[in-house]
Design a protein around this ligand. Structure first.
Ligand SMILES: Nc1ncnc2c1ncn2[C@@H]1O[C@H](COP(=O)(O)OP(=O)(O)O)[C@@H](O)[C@H]1O
Ligand SMILES: [Mg+2]
Length: 356
């Protein structure tokens, strides 16, 4: 019998926010990939009631492919099903529950980074602590997807109180202000391979055409509103600039430090800004980055010559699950080309520097 994979997600309303609907695109794409690899697949959508997941204990799948980005629309709860799976002993892909919980709480992440001596921008939780002579960006503690980030998100210290109040009123939940780092932005995708974690090609957000009348950030529209001014002016590029070698090495080393510090597994992405003096600052650790074909993670993998199926294979083996030896009946094409692609993918190691 082919092994069973359960695709787990937390979207209840397919017509909901675009960042939620995007999860369903991932579910569909990964379902197809897993079936092509020879798994029998099923999908489970969870809300705050975790009992349907607990019920799996009676007849657990061989693998849970973990695509829970939020429960009941709350990203800060995405670790809960993982915690249950750990208790049940069911293998699942991606980061352990503890790593998901820490990294979805931006304040917990920043505290840990600071304690470890890793660079993360200054932050304040109370408006009265914000230096009026600096620029601050007001962000959600435990939401991702740039929720609440728009042209008004970056403010001087004396307007932090007003912005915090607006965001709390409009979106609810916890908000804080982080020192705004003017400068370049980089995404460092990490993927486990046979010899440990590797860095995939570094992506940079090219802000050169960004509207000049506002601070450059990847705001909500840049991620979710095709055709909007910030969507159009935040392309991701992979070409290094001349003279970047040292910076790139430094970013890579910091990303690997984050991998170890948070106990990440399988795949992840660490995002940075680099200030005018060339100093890198860690913005966030994404333990659960989007795996859909059009998102940055798979784009970086493609840049390294890795097909989505090879990425999935590596994520599975990091979860301790061997892909089926034989494809499911009627899907005989899957294995042949995959082997060829995998062999080619390993060749350009020069583009994916390995962890020390
Ligand atoms: N301290 C900062 N300085 C400059 N830009 C920032 C800062 N924090 C966030 N941003 C901008 O906002 C975007 C989203 O912020 P991020 O912390 O990554 O939250 P999310 O989890 O919503 O992606 C970043 O990609 C970046 O463009
Ligand atoms: Mg981000």
């Amino acid at each position: 019998m082919p092994p069973r994979a359960l695709l787990l997600h937390g979207v209840r309303d397919p017509a909901g926010r675009p960042d939620e609907a995007d999860t369903l695109v991932q579910v569909e794409e990964l379902d197809r990939t897993l079936r092509e690899m020879g798994f029998r697949t099923a999908t489970l959508a969870l809300d705050l009631d975790l009992r349907p997941l607990a019920a799996l204990a009676a007849d657990p799948p061989d693998l849970v492919f973990y695509l829970v980005e939020a429960l009941d629309g709350r990203a800060g709860l995405q670790h809960l099903p993982a915690a249950l799976l750990e208790v049940l002993g069911v293998p699942f892909t991606g980061a352990p529950a503890a790593a998901l919980q820490l990294t979805t709480d931006k304040l917990a992440t920043k505290r840990l980074l600071r304690r470890a001596g890793l660079p993360t921008p200054d932050w304040v939780e109370r408006a009265e602590d914000a230096d009026p002579d600096r620029l601050w960006i007001v962000k959600a503690v435990d939401e991702d997807a740039s929720l609440g980030l728009d042209a008004g998100a970056v403010v001087p210290g004396n307007r932090v109180a007003e912005r915090l109040a607006l965001c709390r009123r409009r979106f609810g939940g916890r908000w804080f202000a982080e020192a705004f780092v003017e400068g370049r932005e980089f995404n460092l995708p990490l993927l486990e391979g046979p010899d440990g974690v590797e860095l995939l090609p570094i992506g940079e957000i090219d802000f050169s055409d960004y509207p000049k009348d506002r601070p450059a950030i990847v705001d909500y529209d840049a991620k979710w509103a095709p055709g909007s001014p910030t969507w159009e002016t935040t392309p991701r590029i992979f070409q290094p600039r001349r003279g970047d070698a040292r910076l790139r090495a430094e970013l890579g080393a910091l990303a690997f430090e984050c991998w170890r510090l948070f106990g990440l597994r399988g795949y992840a992405r660490v995002d940075f800004r680099v200030d005018g003096q060339g100093r890198p600052w860690i913005l966030e650790v994404n333990a659960n980055p989007c795996l859909s074909a059009d998102a940055g993670y798979m784009a970086a993998a493609a840049e390294a010559g890795l097909e989505p199926e090879e990425v999935v294979r590596r994520i599975l083996s990091a979860a301790g699950v061997a892909p089926p030896r034989r494809p499911a009946r009627g899907r005989g094409r899957a294995r042949g080309p995959a082997r060829g692609r995998a062999a080619r993918a390993r060749a350009p190691r020069r583009t994916s520097s390995r962890s020390p």
